[in-house]
Design a protein around this ligand. Structure first.
Ligand code: CTP
Ligand code: MG
Length: 199
């Protein structure tokens, strides 16, 4: 029961990041973040797989998913466990000092913020990942195992720690699950024709 609860709470917490990070595959495109520029090694800084639209659309999707979770779960009388950790975070003390308490007293607003910030962090991780891949000579779209599946999770969890100081058990649960979910989502994307590579 206890183990199930940790799984459930941590997945509810990270769901916006999963959706937000996956959404650029469908919503992305257009101008690349690196402006088409090259690094001194002769390779692209990031490559055409990291676009401005994908970045911001993904962040927005993360926010919307976070907001929907914060609206829907209470309808079914399911508690948002992460809320119990809010007042232990840095964000809470800063926002209350600045009289910005509406940012956390309204669960819907906070849900949006939670989803948007964790996805923003995750997509920063995704950009850093592409930078590392290009510097390592890995072409755009080619898999870099672990970096592709976990880079966004680590940065997303890092950014959101300021809002919700999550317990280490959540992280330990989310690393293997996110790794598997990322691979499964990519395989589904490949077989449904959304993306060209299986991983
Ligand atoms: N995408 C985007 N903007 C982003 C991130 C992703 O438009 N900021 C889109 C791109 O069309 C990209 C697809 O989502 O091809 C899949 O994302 P990802 O696997 O992260 O990019 P890759 O194409 O594999 O490029 P890289 O090797 O640099 O990770
Ligand atoms: Mg990829």
């Amino acid at each position: 029961m206890e183990v199930f609860q940790v799984f459930f709470d941590s997945i509810i917490f990270i769901l916006p990041l999963w959706f937000g990070n996956a959404s650029p595959t469908i919503l992305g495109g257009g101008a690349p973040i690196d402006g088409g520029k090259y690094w001194r090694d002769g390779r692209r800084i990031l490559g055409d797989g990291k676009t401005i639209r994908g970045f911001w659309a993904g962040t927005l999707v993360g926010g919307i998913v976070g907001m929907l979770i914060a609206i829907i779960l209470p309808i079914f009388s399911i508690d948002l466990e992460y809320i119990t950790l809010l007042d232990k975070g840095l964000f809470y003390s800063i926002a209350s000092n600045l009289n910005l308490s509406f940012l956390y007293t309204n669960q819907t607003v906070f849900g949006f913020l939670l989803g948007a910030i964790q996805t923003f962090g995750g997509l920063i991780g995704d950009v850093i990942g592409s930078f590392i891949k290009r510097r390592s000579g890995v072409e755009r779209g080619q898999t870099f195992i672990f970096l592709d599946q976990l880079g966004f999770l680590i940065l997303g969890m890092g950014f959101i720690y300021i809002l919700i100081p999550w317990p280490i058990t959540w992280f330990l649960v989310l690393v293997p699950i996110t790794f598997l979910m990322h691979i499964i989502a990519n395989l589904i994307g490949y077989f449904t024709g959304i993306q060209d590579v299986p991983l």
